[in-house]
Design a protein around this ligand. Structure first.
Ligand SMILES: CC(C)(COP(=O)(O)OP(=O)(O)OC[C@H]1O[C@@H](n2cnc3c(N)ncnc32)[C@H](O)[C@@H]1OP(=O)(O)O)[C@@H](O)C(=O)NCCC(=O)NCCS
Length: 174
């Protein structure tokens, strides 16, 4: 498998991110609440755009990358499945959604098929999510996915909680 698949959930379509999604990604990131628990990466709009474009064009391992989530025709966020910081060896799952879409179960609904894809289709032994402990929403997503807290870690200089989903863990319901 080279091209990551498109997924359909009861409410969403998840398709591999293309350059056409970049403006929506940049607009989402312009919301300080969205970026509250994420390390600062960009000092200006141009370096932000360069970062998002590079992440979109990057050549990921087979079956990995970023998926844009659409509610009907509208971009509402993304899920990533990539080597941690592009380097690995850990494989990371992550989520980011526009604020107006929060607290409706969309992030969990979107991440679920991608986590299953990672563990079952790609056969990864485990997937990690590094989350700032104060980011209750993101911790909520990890827990609803059935990820377990492995302990503290440091990611990009920030203290985080590392959550892990393993191939042989019991799947989460709901
Ligand atoms: C993290 C994020 C993607 C969650 O998206 P979401 O669609 O609101 O998440 P869900 O609706 O699937 O919620 C999952 C669980 O977390 C809980 N939750 C969501 N937001 C919460 C909050 N602010 N405080 C406490 N719990 C919260 C939900 O209630 C749900 O649990 P429940 O079904 O038992 O009630 C969203 O808040 C976001 O984009 N945040 C900014 C980017 C970010 O921080 N990404 C993660 C970086 S590690």
């Amino acid at each position: 498998m080279n091209e990551p698949p498109t997924f359909r959930t009861p409410r969403l379509i998840l398709r591999p991110r293309t350059l056409a999604d970049i403006e929506a990604c940049l607009a989402m990131d312009d919301d300080a609440e969205v970026m509250r628990f994420l390390g600062v990466r960009w000092t200006d709009a141009e370096s932000h755009r360069i970062f998002v474009e590079a992440r979109t064009r990057h050549s990921y391992p087979p079956g990995m990358g970023y998926w844009s989530a659409f509610l009907e025709q509208t971009f509402i966020g993304w899920i990533l499945l990539t080597p941690l910081d592009l380097l690995g060896p850990e494989i990371e799952i992550g989520w980011r959604f526009v604020r107006r879409a929060w607290r409706r179960g969309y992030a969990t609904e979107a991440a679920r098929p991608i986590l299953a894809h990672a563990l079952q289709t790609l056969g990864l032994s485990e997937v990690v999510a590094d989350i700032m402990p104060a980011n209750a929403a993101s911790v909520g997503v990890a827990r609803k996915l059935g990820m377990r807290l492995a302990g503290p870690a440091v990611h990009a200089g920030y203290d985080v909680s590392r959550f892990i989903a393993g191939r042989f863990d019991a799947p989460a319901g709901g």
